[in-house]
Design a protein around this ligand. Structure first.
Ligand code: TYD
Ligand code: MG
Length: 427
């Protein structure tokens, strides 16, 4: 039987295009195996009888990476490292592998680059002591890695074997072989998977279900900053992010992201500082709006870093509650630095930035608060942590939805509705 991996459509023949969902090359063969295991005897066990073997973790020493992996790379686990082409996956992995190599048997396998290409990249990022293999033959590779403790496969899309054809079944077959070796020999694997334009890992979605951990590297290729995010982790929390910066000699970790996303000249009209929570960390970003006369009939709302429906809704709330004539204006929104956020607590900062740009006057406050449709301020999670981070970086005047205890020198301005904004600025 052939089964579509996207929708589960069944067919006795292999099909290039699925009749069920229209996906291309999504069919894999499923072979029925005789069920001899039916009579296996299973005995239920009390929870207290189950012993937990302490999972050994390999630390790379790159704190931003170790944290995203849940405190290190678990022995015998398979990590899928995904991201768009050119984002920096090979670079970061090569650097991490050289750190693992310092106290374990680590091998970096590339199916994308020749030995010379790997060497020139390694030299660029200052690496000499790492064993590498350049090949796409998964069986030969796994055979050569039997005694390793940490293996990187760059990338799963290039791996295969002559006896299977069709890219998707090849990927599935290769990952199965990797997982099998990881579990039987206790070898940890980090496997790179390219993501296509739609943001899906090229190849079957099921790749994500098969591996233990999925991390994703995101960011704008043209900007320096990269965020590594845990998407799935059987051995840790998924609420982790690591921040990196691409430099001319490899990826550098950014331990203090707040300082990186805010500029020195934030007292310009249209710019307000807001704290966002990514994973378990708070950092500050600059929310920018540019209100300008509409050039076409329909006013435009163009946003970068924020959801476009989010900025449209808040523009409408701002227009109504603050009585601004925005229907004849275009508004451009941006969070500099290539950060994307879904944190709705930036709503108040966004509205303040619109108001500031509209009136062409700077507003010298930072802001935290979610804004509802009637302009009411709503409480946000971890307000104390957000205010603390603002205070740490020297922001003393902060508009918030509710009062909390703060340190000396920090002034909280509590507002209940955005209608109070004009009064705030009357000085
Ligand atoms: P790469 O790691 O090859 O991306 P991926 O494996 O995700 O496809 O890195 C891509 C880009 O990074 C490439 O355009 C060159 C640039 N780069 C640097 O800026 N600094 C460096 O030290 C290296 C090795 C690459
Ligand atoms: Mg690469």
């Amino acid at each position: 039987m052939f089964i579509c991996e996207e929708c589960g459509y069944r067919s006795v023949k292999w099909l290039g295009k699925c009749l069920g969902c229209g996906s291309w090359e999504s069919f894999v063969e499923e072979i029925k195996v005789d069920k001899k295991v039916e009579h296996e005897k299973l005995t239920p066990k009390a929870v207290r009888e189950i012993e937990i073997s302490s999972n050994h973790r390999f630390k790379s020493g790159i704190a931003e990476l170790d944290r995203v992996l849940g405190g290190g790379l678990t022995k015998g686990s398979v990590v899928l490292f995904s991201g768009a082409p050119g984002i920096g996956k090979s670079t970061i992995l090569l650097q991490a592998m050289s750190k693992y190599a310092a106290n374990s048997n680590a091998i970096y396998v590339s199916g994308e680059e020749s030995e010379e290409q790997i060497k020139s990249r390694a030299v660029r990022v200052g690496i000499e002591d790492l064993k590498v293999i350049s090949s796409t033959n998964i069986d030969a590779i796994l055979n050569a890695c039997k005694d390793a403790s940490v293996v990187a496969i760059d990338s799963i899309q290039t791996m295969g074997n002559s006896d299977i054809s069709g890219s998707i079944s090849q990927i599935r077959e290769s990952i199965s072989k990797i997982i099998n070796l990881a579990k039987t020999k206790g070898i940890s694997f980090i496997v790179i998977g390219h993501v296509n334009k739609e943001g899906k890992i090229a190849g079957p979605k099921m790749l994500e279900h098969m591996v233990d951990t999925v991390v994703e590297l995101e960011g704008d290729r043209d900007l320096q900053y990269r965020i590594l995010r845990t998407v799935k982790n059987r051995f840790g929390s998924i609420n982790e992010v690591g921040v990196f910066k691409m430099t001319s000699s490899g990826m550098e970790e950014v331990t203090n992201p707040s300082e990186l996303f805010i500029s020195n000249s934030t007292s310009e009209p249209g710019s307000i500082i807001a704290p966002i929570i990514e994973g378990n960390r708070v950092f500050l970003v600059e929310i920018q709006s540019l209100v300008s006369p509409a050039s076409l009939g329909i006013p435009r709302r163009i946003s970068q870093g924020m959801d476009s429906s989010f900025v449209q809704i808040l523009s409408a709330v701002c227009e109504k509650s603050l009585n601004l004539n925005l229907s004849s204006r275009d508004i451009y929104f941006n969070i500099p630095g290539g950060i994307k956020t879904k944190d709705t607590s930036i709503g108040l900062a966004l509205i303040l930035s619109i108001y500031s740009s509209y009136n062409n006057r700077p507003i010298d406050v930072a802001a935290v608060g979610e804004v509802g449709l009637t302009g009411e301020l709503r409480k946000v999670s971890f307000l104390d942590l957000r205010v603390k981070e603002l205070a740490r970086l020297g922001f003393k005047k902060i508009v918030v939805p509710n009062k909390i205890p703060v340190g000396k020198g920090v002034e909280l301005i509590v507002i209940k509705n955005i209608k109070e904004i004009p009064g705030l600025l009357s000085d």
